[in-house]
Design a protein around this ligand. Structure first.
Ligand SMILES: C[S@@+](CC[C@H](N)C(=O)[O-])C[C@H]1O[C@@H](n2cnc3c(N)ncnc32)[C@H](O)[C@@H]1O
Length: 225
């Protein structure tokens, strides 16, 4: 089960009447939260997914080399932004609805699990993990090792992380709206203080770690020498 494939159910009441998931909510319903099994509501800006890339995101993207593979691209806003600057970019998302929305926006995307074989393995100059996507699959070391494989040890990985003090942890999480609950999936939360060790376990090292004016943190990772 991936992040955007969750259909909602009422706990203890069988299938609910809302056959939807976050990527198909237009406008995004502010009451949708990503809930962890610890009970906490995880920070994830669902509203951003349908918007164009923010000025800050564009600033981060301006510093990356193409071709770019955007892992867990959602509705494709980063791919669209890169393409508008003539940077070759491919989005990968396992959710049919996210991929459908991305294609409607004109993004070049494939509906795939990022751990399955992908085109251009080893030849991507940059792999993106924005918006908490370093948490995909609940095993950041495995995900970062996959990024290293995709970039062939010569490219870079740009991963958005939480602020210092976040540490890292694996969770089971689900999307929740009122009393409706999506299918649980594995997720991880990774902070700026933890990305170095996780990157190291995947043969990567932190080249830069930067806080943007909004408070979002981005780590640029490259292959360890
Ligand atoms: C946080 S959302 C993405 C938001 C998007 N990166 C953005 O910034 O607008 C995470 C995305 O990862 C996708 N995803 C989760 N697991 C995946 C997997 N194993 N392979 C590919 N995509 C996956 C979900 O379907 C979802 O669209």
């Amino acid at each position: 089960m991936t992040l955007l494939q969750a259909s909602y159910r009422r706990p203890h009441a069988g299938a609910g009447p809302t056959p939807t998931h976050p990527s198909s909510l237009r406008p995004i319903d502010a009451s949708v939260v990503l809930r962890a099994d610890t009970g906490e509501a995880l920070t994830l800006d669902l509203g951003r997914w349908h918007d164009p890339a923010t000025a800050e995101e564009q600033e981060v993207l301006a510093g990356v080399d193409g071709p770019v593979i955007d892992l867990g691209c959602g509705p494709g806003r980063l791919v669209v932004s890169l393409a508008s600057h003539r940077v070759p970019a491919l989005g990968i998302d396992s959710s049919a609805s996210a991929v459908g929305l991305a294609r409607k926006r004109g993004a070049t995307v494939l509906q795939r699990d990022l751990f399955e074989p992908l085109p251009g393995e080893g030849r991507w100059a940059t792999a993106l993990l924005f918006d908490g996507n370093v948490g995909i699959g609940g095993d950041p070391s495995r995900l970062l090792a996959r990024c290293r494989q995709l970039t062939g040890g010569r490219g870079q990985v740009v991963a958005e992380v939480g602020p210092p003090g976040t540490g890292w942890r694996c969770l089971t999480a689900w999307f929740e709206r009122d009393e409706l609950r999506g299918e649980p999936f594995k997720w991880a939360v990774v902070g700026a203080d933890a990305i170095g060790a996780l990157a190291g376990s995947a043969g990567l090292t932190v080249a830069t770690l930067r806080e943007m004016p909004s408070g979002r943190w981005f780590a640029h990772l490259e292959a360890a020498r």
